[in-house]
Ligand binder design. Structure first.
Ligand code: PA5
Length: 525
């Protein structure tokens, strides 16, 4: 790469402490010129969204995550007040917990167990890991982010004997997400098995009047914090969803909000040269032909950003991965996102990135400050951090040599402001890109489809168990049972359900192996 092309495509945004280098994507000037009208349409759409337009036409709701860090920009005084009051309540609650004014049965709360999934877990997990510090944190963070019983057992094992000092935070915008409901019930059981009142150790973050909200009111939980319909799950890190766990952990939530607000100012500017989100959105468009033809590999050279790729995976793929465009045309849009961290990944999949199928572009994230304080020299004049920088530079060149494109984002450090800024940068980039490719970034019909399919599977399981119990001692193959239920087309699903039931003690289903796997029989008792 020449210094001249680097100078032409590298922009420094000092007001947000960010550098953005697009020089390794080979974007010609003509591309930027041709995209100017579309970009200005995207700027206008984002400005309308920030003023309170119905930006999610399916769900008929506003999209207001930008107001969370600049409440004065909200379209009504009520929303402005709600945001400010909730922030104050979050801070007051966290301060009371830290002071021991709100405490568990065994004393001051020392742990926080977040129960949520998707947008109600990924942001809190990312921030807890990115900003947490074992020696400084006021509370240690734990997560139930799935309905995997073994996963929950692992977390509960780590909390054994400590539940009396553990505050559970159940987070669900809809208040009806099954995985989160299950996590809540499993936690409740664990607290009561330890002789503790769950209600005295739990708070809710949820929509007003949701099923979760009703449980919290009915059982007299310690507190309830709101989640508004104008905040989408995957853009909820900077409302109570993310701020409450972070404040409890003792993280600087004002710093995160300030960083996000500053990034919003920078990414509101209606000029490609001056706006990092506009540049990034155009880079995505160029790299993926505006159709997701290439995957986005997120490679931060910093351990604390390990979970950033998971966070971005949801933000980008759930927002952009859509079957239809806004005109109802089938487009199957999206950009696949994956990644972990460098240089660790150099010992894993980077081999393929350099020499294998060229179906990706990389986003490198470079963090200039290595650590708090000084580093030892691992060789004369050289530190571990120098090596990390060296591996980043080397890998980037190694990919460029083979014509594999990359973007580089440079930040000074990993302060709360930087983390808030990165969240805001990607939120705005997703919003702009969605307009460029004419899709609705703010709904998730595919997620709903998965939820419905799971409900149907559970309903079928109930029928399967009822049919076996109605014929005690009688054994059926999976396809015979499906036929008996009048659902021969469901034989595969019935087989899967039976195998799962039979593999778990206490479910009352016995499996007798047959000559072939599909000839096995199942009976109740
Ligand atoms: O971004 C989204 O909307 C989803 O990923 C949700 O966050 C996820 O399904 C969890 O939903 P809820 O917060 O309603 O439990």
């Amino acid at each position: 790469m020449s210094w001249e092309s680097f100078k032409a495509r590298h922009t420094v945004f000092p007001e947000v402490g960010l550098g953005l280098d697009l020089s390794r994507l080979g974007i010609p000037d003509a591309f930027f010129t041709s995209m100017e009208p579309a970009l200005h349409k995207a700027f206008a759409a984002m400005a309308a969204l920030e003023k309170g337009a119905i930006a999610n036409p399916d769900e008929k709701r506003m999209v207001g995550h930008y107001w969370l860090r600049s409440p004065h920009l909200a379209p009504t005084p009520e929303i402005t007040a709600q945001i400010a009051q909730t922030l104050e309540r979050v801070k007051k609650f966290a301060a009371d917990v830290h002071a021991g004014a709100i405490k568990g049965a065994s004393g001051k709360f020392e742990n926080v167990l977040v129960i949520g999934i998707g947008g109600s877990a990924l942001g809190p997990q990312f921030v807890a890991h990115a900003l947490g510090h074992a020696r400084r944190d006021k509370m240690a963070s734990f997560f139930f982010d799935n309905t995997d019983p073994d996963g929950m057992d692992a977390v509960l094992a780590a909390l054994e004997g400590k539940l009396g000092r553990t505050l559970a935070v159940v987070i669900s915008k809809s208040g009806g997400t099954v995985e989160t409901r299950n996590g809540m019930l499993e936690a409740e059981k664990a607290y009561s098995a330890a002789g503790l009142s769950f209600a005295k150790h739990v708070v809710a973050v949820t929509g007003d009047g949701s099923a979760l909200d009703k449980i919290a009111v009915r059982d007299g939980w310690l507190a309830r914090f709101p989640m508004w319909d104008w905040v989408g799950g995957r853009t909820s890190e900077l409302c109570a969803v993310g701020l409450l766990p972070a404040a409890l952990q003792g993280l600087d939530i004002d710093g995160m909000l300030a960083g996000a607000a500053a990034m919003d100012v920078a990414t509101r500017i209606q000029s490609r040269e001056k706006n990092p989100a506009a540049q990034l959105a155009l880079a995505w468009h160029h790299a993926t032909d505006g159709r997701g033809t290439k995957d986005m590999v997120i490679l931060p050279y910093k351990d604390r950003l390990l979970l950033f790729s998971r966070y971005l995976q949801q933000l980008i793929m759930e927002s952009l991965g859509k079957e239809f465009d806004l005109d109802g045309k089938v487009v199957n849009q999206g950009i696949a996102v994956y990644g972990n961290k460098g240089s660790t990944d150099q010992h894993a999949y980077v081999q393929q990135l350099r020499e294998g199928v060229a179906n990706f572009f990389v986003t490198f994230i470079e963090v200039l400050r290595d650590r708090e304080g000084h580093s030892i020299e691992v060789e004369p004049g050289v530190t571990s951090g120098d090596y990390l920088e060296g591996f980043f530079l080397g890998t980037r060149d190694a990919l460029s040599e083979k014509g594999r494109g990359s973007v580089t984002i440079t930040v000074n450090d990993l302060s709360p402001a930087t983390i808030g800024g990165l969240i805001a940068l990607y939120e705005r980039t997703v919003g702009l890109y969605a307009v460029l490719v004419n899709i609705n970034a703010y709904h998730q019909p595919g997620v709903e489809a998965g939820k419905k399919a799971a409900t149907a599977a559970i309903a079928l399981q109930r029928e399967v168990v009822a049919a076996l119990k109605a014929a005690p001692g009688q054994a059926f193959t999976a396809d015979a049972l499906a036929t008996k239920l009048g659902k021969p087309a469901e034989a595969e699903r019935v087989y899967k359900l039976l195998e799962h039931l039979a593999a778990n003690s206490g479910r009352g289903i016995r499996r007798t192996p047959g000559a072939a796997w599909h000839a096995s029989t199942y009976s109740a008792g």
